[in-house]
Write a protein that binds this ligand. Structure first.
Ligand SMILES: Nc1nc2c(c(=O)[nH]1)N[C@H]1C(S)=C(S)[C@@H](COP(=O)(O)O)O[C@H]1N2
Ligand SMILES: [Mo]
Length: 299
């Protein structure tokens, strides 16, 4: 039997100290914080999840600034309700879907996944979400479609980082269709059994656990089916350093640093370094997707 975070982690360990002290009454009083009921998944790792504090205080979300603490500091002002997603391109049922409609009928699962950033740090996150394939099947992917493109919200009034032209907003990502349909690929609407924290990409974000973290685009407002490889934010910025595929690969170094090992956030100053695994440890599940490719070339 697989264990969920609540089985393995006493609540005081994953609730941050700050929340325990300042938020105990607010937490108990808020009906919005009702636990999301989700089934356990065979795709979960047995590794110990990071604390809620780690997961919500050390973030990359450039819409709120480039510092690891900026998302936690500035994302609180983001309006996530109402929220809708445009689904367009090569689909049978294009349209603007309310978030409730996107999620409707999709079985929510807890997926405890390893998460590996291209910057060589990593975490283990107990996501709540559903398979992207479920949504794509519902809207009907046409035979001509070969890729899925994603875009994040553009709302500079609420996203202070968007006043910087460093990135050509919106933040963009993309997957090949078979990658998008893979059962490990999820749209996550929460973590630790509750709605997605804003700094982690509320109200809905992609999670592709065998790829570097930048592929897992946050706060999605558009999903487009297309026959051409989509433009993706980091590839547009630095094509020599960040490819379209961005599969975690300890044997293909970033031009400026090694990818052979990673620092597990929260694991302590000396104990936190560990070997990076091929496809972030999901090789058995996904290697067949890339059988024909030279992974050093198609990085
Ligand atoms: N829209 C958007 N999505 C994004 C990013 C971003 O800056 N903007 N950063 C990416 C990077 S580099 C990483 S490592 C992960 C971080 O996710 P986390 O903060 O939930 O750990 O989000 C990814 N998704
Ligand atoms: Mo990242």
């Amino acid at each position: 039997m697989r264990l969920t975070w609540s089985d393995v982690t006493p609540k005081p360990l994953w609730l941050s100290r700050r929340q325990l002290i300042a938020g105990a009454t607010a937490l108990a009083a808020s009906p919005a914080l009702a636990k999301i009921e989700a089934a356990k998944s065979a795709y979960s790792t047995d590794a110990e999840p990071n604390s809620l504090e780690d997961i919500t205080s050390y973030n990359n979300f450039y819409e709120f600034g480039t510092g690891k603490g900026d998302p936690a500091e500035y994302a609180g002002g983001l309006t996530v309700d109402p929220w809708s997603i445009v689904i367009d391109g090569m689909v049978d049922k294009p349209g603007t879907y309310d978030l409730a409609d996107v999620v409707k009928g999709q079985p929510l699962e807890e997926r405890i996944y390893r998460f590996r950033c291209v910057e060589a740090w990593s975490m283990v996150v107990p996501w709540i979400g559903f398979q992207l394939s479920g949504l794509l099947n519902r809207v009907g992917v046409q035979p001509s479609a070969k890729f899925v493109a994603f875009e994040t919200l553009v709302r500079p009034e609420e996203m202070p980082g968007q006043s910087s032209p460093f990135i050509d907003w919106p933040y963009r990502e993309g997957l090949r269709l078979d990658e998008a349909m893979h059962p490990l690929t999820i749209l996550a609407t929460g973590l630790y059994g509750e709605a997605m924290p804003k700094q982690n990409g509320a109200p809905i974000r992609l999670v592709v656990p065998w790829k570097y973290g930048f592929k897992s685009i946050k706060s999605i407002v558009r999903i487009s089916l297309t026959d051409a490889m989509p433009q993706t934010t980091w590839n547009m910025l630095q094509p020599q350093e960040y490819g379209f595929y961005a599969n975690v690969n300890p044997k293909v170094d970033h031009p400026r640093w090694s990818q052979a090992s990673e620092r597990r956030i929260g694991a302590g100053l000396f104990g936190g370094r560990q070997d990076t695994l091929m496809f972030n440890g999901y090789e058995a599940e996904v290697a067949s997707l890339y059988a024909e490719m030279d992974l050093a070339k198609d990085y």
